[in-house]
Design a protein. Structure first.
Length: 374
């Protein structure tokens, strides 16, 4: 037997050995994924990730390279689940690394390339939320624009997702820069994303909410009644979507309540404040008692009740506002930045009630709470 034949047999033996390893490791990955789905334990998830990384190493062999993209997608999904449990920036960086590698492995002709670019944009947005760095947000926006360049016209699902994420990231950028053009573009992208989303899509109510939030942000800057009316209408539509999406339901009730309360402050229609208070109570019921969200909803209720007091001058309405805002203060964590705002507002309410009651407790609370807010 010649040297060439010996080399050929040797290469075949290596390939067969690698294939055996692949089958063994694939079976191990399946077992560990099943274990994780059974227990939900992060240790089982870490074991599954380790098994997938072993398979990733094996795909460096040319004859196994066709499996590489599948394994990278699996690693992206599992590391993303781990990040959702830990909320660790280090874990998020691992997710980003696998998302980037998957894009590099995806041919330009692959119809799913835009989807993979889009998910990289999403995790980069998460990173910018962690770091609050404009450079991280700019990177996310740049990646999402790249996705828009390659997504096909008929891939409405991916295009809508990219537009929605662009709208959210530009809105975040506007908060950092104050550039009104960015808010206008964020509103436009949110509107385009909604137009591409079917009313039966589970994303529809969320995209209505996003559009409403963009319009509301614009209203807070320009005080345009036209923007206020549209923000109210969009918030109403978001609550009418069927079937009801439970995720974000408290937010949707709260948005509608706040915007109706704003119109009441400007126009004084009793039906607006009545509806606003009704929606606010629903938002409280839809949140977990004692949570940060619940505290925020109690604060909203107090603000609405105070707006009613400002027109009625009925001390009962002021008492109700103080009661709600006291609950907000009690529920807010000590390290929560909004607690100072809650304390300051509650102190002001007691100070406002003191001339009416002449109660030393109101004066004392006004001084104590205001000092504590500092």
């Amino acid at each position: 037997m010649g040297d060439f034949d010996s080399q050929a047999i040797s290469a075949q033996e290596v390939e067969e050995h690698d294939n055996d390893d692949w089958e063994t490791q694939s079976a191990k990955l399946d077992q560990r994924i099943d274990a994780y789905y059974s227990t939900g334990a992060i240790s089982d998830l870490a074991d599954a990730i380790e098994a997938a990384e072993t398979l990733d190493d094996l795909t460096q062999q040319e004859h196994l390279r066709s499996h590489r993209l599948e394994i990278l997608d699996t690693l992206y999904g599992m590391t993303h689940q781990k990040y959702c449990k830990t909320r660790s920036l280090a874990d998020l960086d691992v997710v980003i690394r696998f998302a980037e590698r998957a894009i590099r492995e995806t041919p330009d002709t692959d119809p799913f390339k835009a989807d993979r670019i889009g998910r990289l944009g999403q995790v980069l947005i998460l990173k910018s939320d962690h770091t609050a760095r404009l450079s991280d947000l700019d990177e996310a926006i740049s990646v999402l624009h790249q996705g828009m360049e390659v997504v096909s016209d008929n891939n409405h699902t991916c295009r809508a997702s990219l537009l929605s994420d662009l709208g959210s990231s530009l809105s975040n950028r506007h908060k950092l820069t104050g550039n009104m053009d960015e808010l206008d573009n964020a509103t436009r992208f949110a509107r385009e994303a909604l137009d591409l989303t079917d009313e039966n899509d589970t994303q529809f109510s969320g995209r209505l909410t996003n559009l409403g939030n963009r319009i509301w942000s614009r209203y807070l800057l320009n005080a345009s009644l036209e923007d206020l009316e549209e923000a109210i209408e969009v918030a109403r539509r978001a609550l009418c979507v069927r079937p009801i999406v439970l995720h974000g339901l408290s937010d949707r009730f709260n948005n509608f309540a706040v915007r109706l309360g704003e119109r009441y402050a400007r126009k004084g229609a009793q039906e607006d404040i009545d509806k606003a208070l009704e929606m606010c109570h629903y938002s409280i019921e839809a949140s977990e008692e004692g949570s940060v969200e619940w505290a925020d909803r109690q604060y909203t209720l107090g603000s609405l009740l105070h707006r009613r007091y400002s027109r009625s001058h009925n001390i009962k309405h002021l008492d109700e506002a103080i009661a709600a805002e006291t609950k907000a203060v009690e529920a807010a964590p000590e390290d929560n930045l909004t607690k100072a705002r809650y304390l300051n507002t509650l102190g002001s309410r007691h100070g406002e009630r003191y001339p009416l009651t002449k109660a030393k407790s109101d004066l004392g609370n006004a001084i104590r709470l205001t000092k504590k807010a500092l």
